[in-house]
Design a protein. Structure first.
Lengths: 201, 248
């Protein structure tokens, strides 16, 4: 017999399609912020994005070079481990497929690294095939620093901590290496549909 | 590895609601008995899950207010008028009810005596809750580290844990209030939002390399963390916990 909270009826706050809301999540129209420290502010002159590690040759782009890469508009649902989901978020950025084009690697794992020292790990297979982007616009506007600007990762099929803010590069690795939240109690993979929030989920 | 106590699966368990204590208008502390509680560290949170008769679930996270103390776990919850979970916890729940939770969660925004000091805690409104767990932990273990709380509240009546903070202050713990909306007659304390000048006066100075914990609504945390960085505090020493208006 499963537990029922006496007197709780629930007030679903939106008429969103329940099939788009993973278990334990609620839909918000706000855009809450979650980060572990101060918001870094990086001068675009100093900014670069690199792909390093287990590659035949490290690639690096300046801001201008990065902005000149072919970009895509993507509209996706995002799910934060702190329980909010936001539907139909609109971004512009560069597909990881585009960034990896011409790079030879046998790596199966990756670490995203950011200004401020944040890291998060995602299998390479979860970044390729149109599943992940480095984005620099939200809703047609430059990405605000508190939401990860100038550029952040977007891996919408995983909990949103797997989409690093203030991203500066991707390290490709033969071995999996848990990142910041992953060593602090949070799940190594983070599939919202399986509710993989914490260690052991 | 930090947080190793969490390596096991965090299973849902039933807590008994022992009592509810009003803190301020709209803020209540829930005292829970959690028979299988594995213990926690000051600053961690729990997930609460409510289940309706039709099987519908709502989950939210709440900071733990109490220092580690056996099976007893206290949460302090601010009622959000348009919230789904907090009004149930503050208005509907009563002693004798059960509540489903799992935890503790989080291995980063934590302080314990081994971390040492000096420590600067900066709270906005109910952002004081995880900071209070740290203050209580310091008192519980008899630590004498230099710990300073700067707490921003709207009015004197909105100050959560006001009397207990007054009792605990002294012997290395300082408590400084700022009241942003209105002040009692004769108020001689701060009467504005937290800024760099206030942080300088409260200290410790950046050169003393304090461990800094900031918790509150997002605009509060953004402003405080930015001011701290401008004063020379190392970003790596500033730990933040933010909650938005949709926190539930």
């Amino acid at each position: 017999m499963s537990f029922v909270s006496r007197g709780f009826r629930g007030r679903r706050k939106s008429d969103a399609d329940p099939a788009r809301v993973p278990p334990g999540q609620y839909v918000t129209t706000d855009y809450p912020v979650l980060s572990a420290g101060p918001t870094p502010h990086t001068d675009l002159e100093q900014w670069s994005f690199s792909i390093s590690g287990e590659v035949n040759k490290t690639r690096s782009w300046t801001w201008d070079e990065f902005r000149a890469l072919p970009s895509e508009e993507v509209t996706v649902d995002i799910h934060c481990v702190t329980k909010w989901s936001k539907l139909d978020t609109a971004w512009r950025g560069v597909s990881i497929d585009t960034l990896l084009d011409g790079i030879e690697t046998s790596a199966e794992y990756s670490t995203q690294f950011s200004d401020g020292g944040y890291t998060t790990n995602v299998p390479v297979a979860d970044l390729t095939g149109g599943k992940a982007w480095v984005v620099y616009e939200y809703d047609g506007e430059p990405l605000e620093p508190e939401h990860g600007g100038p550029a952040r990762m977007l891996v919408p099929h995983l909990y949103f901590w797997k989409s690093a803010k203030w991203i500066r590069g991707l390290r490709l690795q033969l071995d999996d290496e848990p990142g910041f939240w992953e060593t602090n109690g949070y799940n190594n993979y983070g599939d919202p549909w399986k509710e993989q929030r914490y260690w052991g989920d | 590895m930090e947080g190793a106590a969490l390596l096991g699966r965090l299973t849902w368990q039933l807590a008994d609601v022992v009592h509810l204590v009003p803190e301020t208008a709209g803020v209540k502390t829930l005292a829970l008995d959690v028979p299988e509680w594995p213990g926690h560290r000051a600053g961690q949170h729990v997930d609460i899950r409510l289940t309706a008769e039709d099987g519908y679930h709502a989950e939210r996270s709440y900071s733990i207010a109490s220092a580690p103390n056996g099976a007893r776990v206290e949460l302090t919850v601010e009622r959000l008028d348009d919230g789904e979970v907090s009004p149930y916890l503050t208005d509907e729940l009563h002693p004798g009810d059960q509540l489903e939770l799992r935890g503790p969660v989080g291995g980063y925004f934590v302080w314990e005596a081994a971390v040492g000091g000096p420590v600067l805690l900066v709270g906005g409104g109910s952002g004081v809750v995880p900071l209070m767990a740290m203050i209580r932990e310091r008192a519980a273990v008899g630590s004498d580290v230099d710990m300073r709380l700067l707490l921003s509240s709207r009015t004197w009546d909105d100050v959560i844990y006001r009397d207990e903070l007054e009792r605990l202050a002294g012997s290395g713990l300082t408590v400084t209030h700022t009241l942003t909306r209105s002040r009692p007659e004769g108020w001689s304390g701060y009467a504005r939002r937290v800024d760099a000048e206030m942080l300088t006066e409260v200290g410790p100075a950046a050169g003393d390399r304090p461990h800094v914990y900031v918790c509150g609504p997002t605009p509060f945390v953004e402003a405080v963390a930015t001011a701290l960085v401008s004063l020379g505090h190392e970003a790596a020493h500033i730990k933040t916990e933010r909650f938005g208006p949709t926190g539930g």
